[in-house]
Design a protein around this ligand. Sequence first.
Ligand code: FAD
Length: 363
Amino acid sequence: MSQEHVYDVIVIGGGQSALAVAYYLKRTRLRYVLLDKETAAGGAWQHVWDSLTLFSPAQWSSLPGVIMNGGSDKYPTRNETLQYLRDYESRYQFPVKRPVEVLEVRKENNLFILSTSQGTYISKAVISATGNYSHPIIPDIPDKSLFKGTVIHSADYRGPAAFAGKRVVVAGEGNSGAQILAEVSKVANVLWTTRNAPSFLPDHIDGRYLFDAATALYKARQEGKNYQPRPLGHIVKVPLVREAIERDVYHALPSFDYFYEDGIGWNGGRQEAVDAVIFCTGFLPALQHLAPLEIFQPDGKIHTHETKAINIAGLWLVGYGSWTGFASATLIGVGRTAKKTVDDVVHFLEGTSSWSDVNFITN
Ligand SMILES: Cc1cc2nc3c(=O)[nH]c(=O)nc-3n(C[C@H](O)[C@H](O)[C@H](O)COP(=O)(O)OP(=O)(O)OC[C@H]3O[C@@H](n4cnc5c(N)ncnc54)[C@H](O)[C@@H]3O)c2cc1C
């Protein structure tokens, strides 16, 4: 393979995290490309349900360079967020190739070899930004195969219409569960099951406050201070949730223990006949393409310092959550993580043979 075909860095993914990284890569002279398995721009936002509302106002939901429209009182919808990401990508004309799914990443002779759905790509460094959405967690509950009803994860939920007139279980006490329950309860008879007691944040607290609180915690830890903020709750009262609280629909039951043909049951005797269960039980990082590198920890994550993989040189991970950079799974937080990552990549490539090509653009 001739040198022209070796990228300095390949970014895997094309969602908000990959775009934030691309924003800073564009300011270098690095040869880079983004490989995204989607057919269109917008990452996971093109798959989430229509009524999903951000829990941070627009002004606190922006990638570097472009503030999202709407100011400090508007909680952007899924469509507005998707449009923002599409406009962002086309404004900066990032080199994104779609659809290209990265199937396997290997390292040979200091180069990364990426086997993809569209042939082989080679680079000196890799930034993985594949998110969590394509790896939903469904708990392994006994006798699921006996259940005659529908079982889905929130990743496959599109809206309440499919559940009209049914008896539905929403499982999970996070923001997804609370928001889905709010709208399904308008058309269906809903039970809410939660592993931990759900707790709603006070009215005035939203994503912007949580981000500020997390920033304070991060800074305190950096400075070696022992600062422990008071836990306040975790469900943000976006307007949809607030309206559902007024309808008095949030009554949590403990997680159920098993399925039976017509419904769900708890050890101790209680059973409920239901037609559908929607698991709002979170996601794992989508890292399967990195399996050949054999650097996974038992929890399925990769040992990192900030975004840099510890056990292999030249690999960074962006956007998967706090283990890959503070607040990196949010629109507002990923910019800071992306900037630091690109700085690191530039310094890493300084040590490679073609450093003459690797300079920041100064004008
Ligand atoms: C209910 C809910 C509410 C949320 N609210 C907010 C909020 O208020 N504010 C906020 O900032 N965030 C919010 N988020 C989080 C946000 O949606 C995600 O954190 C965000 O989508 C992550 O962006 P990403 O770019 O890391 O991943 P994604 O958006 O998932 O993008 C990853 C991209 O990589 C692609 N990909 C995956 N695997 C491969 C592969 N092997 N090869 C090539 N491409 C691949 C995917 O197809 C996708 O295009 C919310 C999420 C949920 C579920």
